[in-house]
Write a protein that binds this ligand. Sequence first.
Ligand code: ATP
Ligand code: MG
Length: 581
Amino acid sequence: MRWTKTFIPTLKEVPADAEIPSHQWMLRAGLIRQLMAGAYTYLPLGWKALRKAEAIVREEMEAAGAIELHMPALQPIELFERTGRREAFGNVLFHWEQKRGGSKVHFALGPTHEEVVTEIVAKHISSYRQLPLTLFQIQTKFRNEERPRFGVLRTSEFLMKDAYSFHVNLESLNETYQAMYRAYCRVFARSGLDFLPVEAESGPIGGDASHEFMTPSKNGEDRIVRCPKCSYAANLERADTGRKPPSRAVASNAAALTKVDTPKVTSIEQVSKLLKCRPDQMIKTLIYTADDQPIAVLIRGDHDANEAKIRRAIGAKSLEMADEATILKVTGAPVGFAGPVGIKCDVIADHDIPLIANAITGANAADAHFTGVTLGRDYLLTTTHDLRMAGASDPCPKCDGTLELVHGIEVGHVFKLGTKYTVSLDANFLDEKEQRHPIIMGCYGIGVNRIIAALAETKHDANGLIWPLSVAPYEVIVIPLQEEPAVVQTAEPIYSQLQQSHVDVLLDDRAQRAGVKFKDADLIGFPLRVVIGGKGLQEGVVELKWRDQPAPTKVPVADAVSTVLKQLAERRAQELTKVPA
Ligand code: ATP
Ligand code: MG
């Protein structure tokens, strides 16, 4: 391709509304343009990179045994009503009623395709002999994100690879899950991304049933804990702490239990200000309704409760914050003054609670708190649990290391779904004994746009983007420095011979100064630059420079094409060494 024949609107200035590097560089390098919040045009360079990422995803899905199909984005709302996801998605689901003929049709735009794919399988699969089956597509998804932001990292319309697997038993599901997990590692490694598979909330199957693939990045919206000593990594909702029930119970220097007035002061922050104490000296008492029963959960004042852990600890199917009436009933006080002393419901506590000496808690009376609250004297616990969000400096649950907290961009997610969709949409199979069972499912998503955005976010320097060969918009840029015949007559055959050798090459044939061409080449980040002209050409050499190497090398004009081909082959091989088997 010739620069003058394509469309590469690069920008000199950093766009004012782009907050993070990937967004800034993708705009400046002429990869994307915003149409409105959450909706972007992929310009030719951005589209090329995206298509290359898509091709890698497709190859790896097929290698893992998944079969491609294509389902409509337009879906009937009834399907979402049958699975309960109309309610679960809420405002995130795009849907509307529209006149068609004499009646009205209620449409939705697919945020994912569990319903559509399960409905197809329900209609056409009925025997164990037809399973397992894994179907995938690469297609536009629609989600009315509350806050579309950070360029194409979070948009309302985005390209997702979504795969769905169907099984007769958990063993078969586990096999496909492992194959998908390996395929994901290969996809992200081939795309040149740094990534970390992390344990995620596992849903109905429990156990090790869900992993997210995260690119560590300080601007990532997800928080992950990982252990630098072992391989443990989990997202914050899922992460265990290595804390154990402490052996110590009652503080030896227990102060007297004292009721203090705290009129209208309810939050941890307000109480700590008024009573001049630190949040870690306080016990937060959260009242939940778990399967219709009230329960009080004790968490240290500076910690955050983890509802998934609470639900698991008490074995509840449903868990929600209690309403005001329930709180009044069990504490005898309005919201904000709950405490464990004399509370009229079951109490469970986090492992850190017994370690708080002379704690400060709500007094279960309006406008009052207790100080000097002491376990064993003022309230009792039979045991403690891991009920809070993990954090930096917590012990690792798997080894004697210490956890660290990092931010990440979620680029993919694999999930053992179970029978949620097959039960609600009647997708069953008959086993060898003609017994009917719901089909067991797995689902697997990759944000294709996020592969590109996460690369831009993590692979750049002060001059612009740095692409791996595998997804670079062009692998090589050929830059003639002048428009003189000698320069053009050298550059043109190098360009066309590279093209004939199937190199994805761009010729910068613009009538521009060398400085402008170099700046743009660095900004866009083509992996290899071939510069022709000036003093070099008089000496009979051209300059080759890799975007990620500091200095150029000189090669005789006659060897230019063969050297480029050789170096590209070496670089491709080098990139592949990072890809797991
Ligand atoms: P997030 O937590 O970031 O909102 P999610 O967990 O809702 O994502 P999934 O339903 O697991 O997303 O979708 C599969 C993949 O699609 C994600 O791993 C992510 O890479 C991508 N993705 C999800 N939402 C968006 C979005 N709004 N814009 C771009 N990519 C997205
Ligand atoms: Mg996800």
